[in-house]
Ligand binder design. Structure first.
Ligand SMILES: CC(=O)[C@@H](O)[C@H](O)COP(=O)(O)O
Ligand SMILES: NCC(=O)COP(=O)(O)O
Length: 238
């Protein structure tokens, strides 16, 4: 079965909005593990607007499932990952000012840079993954870096799903077929949701892991609202 890694960036966004430590990112991550998640994903960004580097160290101390750290492997990120030694590192080519991830690697152009990073992480026993668009040449380029896995960037699938799911998934199925034939493991993520995940997981061969954050946390808020509103009404009873 495809593993679910829950991205907790949005929990940290909520915490940071007020200062203090509510919600407690580490406690929430542990609860998510207890609720059945197969892993926890974080994507620290240079401005630490959600997950902070200090969170990454604190999480490593307590997590029992697979810890996946995503990000652009600048020197600070690389040093942190080598120190923390998560189960997996996912390399994402984010610009410093990107609101969220918006492209996969050009694995041909950045091949030697990626090869160098991949071999440093693998030397520490960290499984590696490279964020790529569903483009056959980028998947082939990823295989040349020595990475263990790719993460398919699913934003265009999620965008196209409502209009034409078969058309939206087709490039991903082909990219997954090529990746598997080249010996690469296949992960996927970005904008996956309760609405589009089942169709994706059924249509993508050899899908090992999905990481889901934004939609999952929004859905969790919405699905919990009725319950919590009623709990408040109950407390306010005379
Ligand atoms: C690589 C990827 O698609 C996710 O990590 C996504 O970028 C989440 O980051 P934000 O929570 O900052 O949007
Ligand atoms: N790697 C994708 C991820 O961690 C979560 O992306 P999103 O669900 O927040 O878009």
């Amino acid at each position: 079965m495809t593993k679910l890694s829950v991205n907790i960036n949005k929990i940290a966004t909520l915490r940071n909005a007020r200062g203090g430590n509510v919600p407690d990112v580490v406690k929430v991550a542990q609860d998510i593990e207890d609720f059945g998640s197969d892993g926890i994903t974080v994507h620290p960004r240079p401005d630490e607007r959600h997950i902070r580097y200090s969170d990454v160290y604190a999480l490593k101390e307590v997590l029992r499932t697979e810890f996946n750290i995503e990000g652009n492997p600048n020197p600070k990120f690389t040093d942190m990952v080598l120190e923390v030694v998560p189960a997996q590192v996912t390399l994402v080519p984010d610009a410093v000012d990107a609101i969220t991830s918006n492209a996969g690697w050009d694995t041909k152009k950045h091949r030697s840079f990626l090869q160098e990073k991949i071999s440093a992480f693998k030397a520490k026993g960290i499984r590696t993954s490279i964020f790529v668009d569903p483009d056959p040449s980028m998947v082939e380029g990823a295989a040349e870096t020595g990475t263990d896995r790719i993460e398919l960037y699913t934003e265009s699938y999620a965008r196209g799903f409502a209009n034409d799911p078969a058309k939206a998934i087709a490039p991903y199925a082909e990219a997954a077929r090529i990746a598997h034939s080249l010996g690469l493991g296949i992960n996927a993520g970005h904008d996956l949701s309760l609405e589009n995940i089942a169709y994706f997981s059924k249509g993508i061969p050899h899908l090992l892991e999905v990481s889901i954050g934004h939609a999952l946390i929004c859905e969790a808020i919405y699905l919990g609202l009725e319950n919590v509103v009623n709990m408040y009404k109950h407390k306010l009873r005379p």
